[in-house]
Design a protein around this ligand. Structure first.
Ligand code: ATP
Length: 387
């Protein structure tokens, strides 16, 4: 969808900002450009909407060499979100959002209707915010308007330059999540510039890690964190890249441990016998509908004696994560509940539990899978926990 072919940019003063760049962003893909200040990220991005012209090489958008496309027409097909947002201060939020549809000749009523839809999509109620002015919004809300405005004319391509850079870390994380769920619906082809490796890893389907004017590695977040291509990349992603990997490695059913399962209304005696034959110290307890209730220990069952049901000695345990969530979320739940395991559910169905040992194993397996270029289910190794 966006293709760079041997693109270089030398500024009039001789600065070589970008040197022989070749890469491709597939349709519906989000690629993050990450690297230190001055490495050429913004130059790369601005060449796509011809705010900057390359010195050599070609850029194709949807198969078309953009050097032959009228820049104004080109920009209407490409949404652009920047850190400073750049809203018109004397226009309402609704009119700001309707800017591009109006420019491309939509009737006022239709443009405003579309703007209201888009504000809604980015989580701003048009009835509340549509008639306000930019100064009457928080920084995070202004960023959302920036995204709504860029999407208003439904461009297939979106360029985002540090789009969440101006807000505090908490708001930033929320905006990132919101944008990811929005992107899952609208599937734009996105090129996003950031200097923050955490953001690049979190947002990108693939990441381009920049050295000076060159891409050092262009790969999936997992591969960049797991097998940095050069010592420069390794240094840039940081010594704690294992920790960052927790955010991009998802929980898969094969990662889970299967402790014995008891039902709330089951006799204590039968549950105790099952634990004993499995040699287990505890069991997960499900209610009548098969939903997670909590857990029960072998000791508690023994103390409960011969009679009664599992419901009496069982303890509640609310910690759970959905299958497919990042390992980081599971780890965070374990810490928050001070627990040595967390249940993993598919919808409301109990699939198994993740323990610290299993979490470590899943992480190891994903590192090895990336290094070998195979699926995670094809990687096996001896773990300390099995010894
Ligand atoms: N108009 C210009 N004239 C000369 N040099 C420029 C010009 N614009 C940018 N540069 C230089 O080109 C190089 C790349 O700049 P660019 O803005 O693309 O980097 P960046 O990676 O986006 O940096 P940052 O993260 O700080 O925004 C830098 O050395 C910069 O000083």
């Amino acid at each position: 969808m966006i293709r760079f072919e041997q693109v270089s940019k030398v500024y009039p003063d001789g600065t070589r900002a970008v040197d022989g760049l070749s890469f491709e962003v597939a349709e519906g893909e989000l690629v993050t450009l990450v690297g230190p200040s001055g490495c050429g990220k913004t130059t790369t991005m601005m060449m796509v909407n011809r705010l900057i012209e390359p010195s050599s090489g070609r850029i194709l958008v949807n198969g078309e060499d953009i050097s032959g496309v009228d820049p104004v027409k080109l920009r209407r097909r490409i949404g652009y979100v920047i850190q400073q947002v750049g809203l018109f201060p004397h226009r309402t939020i609704l009119d700001n959002t309707a800017t591009v549809p109006s420019l491309v000749g939509w009737k006022r009523a239709r443009a405003r209707e579309r703007a209201a839809e888009l504000l809604d999509l980015v989580g701003l109620d048009p009835k509340t915010y549509g008639s306000r002015y930019p100064a009457q919004l928080s920084g995070g809300q202004r960023q959302r308007v920036g995204v709504a405005r860029a999407l208003a004319a439904d461009p297939p391509v979106l360029l985002m330059d540090e789009p969440f850079g101006a807000v505090d870390p908490v708001v930033r994380e929320r905006l990132q999540d919101e944008f990811l769920s929005l992107q899952a619906r609208v599937r734009k082809t996105v090129l996003m510039v950031t200097h923050d490796i955490e953001e690049a890893v979190r947002m990108g389907d693939r990441i381009a890690v920049y050295g000076t004017g060159r891409i050092e590695q262009f790969d999936s977040p997992g591969a960049v964190l797991g097998s940095p291509a050069t010592s420069y990349v390794a240094q840039f992603v940081g010594a704690d890249r294992g920790l960052k990997r927790l955010s991009v490695t998802t929980i898969e059913p094969d990662d889970l441990e299967q402790p014995p399962v008891a039902r709330l209304d089951e006799p204590v005696r039968s549950a105790a016998a099952r634990l004993s034959s499995a040699g287990a110290r505890w069991a997960v307890v499900l209610n009548g509908e098969g939903d997670l209730h909590g857990w029960v220990s072998a000791d508690a069952l023994r103390i409960a004696g011969e009679h009664g049901t599992v419901g009496e000695p069982a303890r509640r345990m609310d910690a759970w994560v959905p299958v497919g969530a990042p390992l980081k979320q599971a780890f965070s739940e374990m810490l928050q509940h001070d627990a040595g395991w967390v249940a993993v559910l598919d919808g409301s169905r109990f699939l198994g539990v993740l323990t610290p040992a299993k979490l470590h194993e899943a992480l190891r397996r994903s590192v090895d899978a990336d290094a070998q270029g195979v699926g995670r289910d094809e990687v096996w190794f001896d773990s300390v926990a099995d010894a």
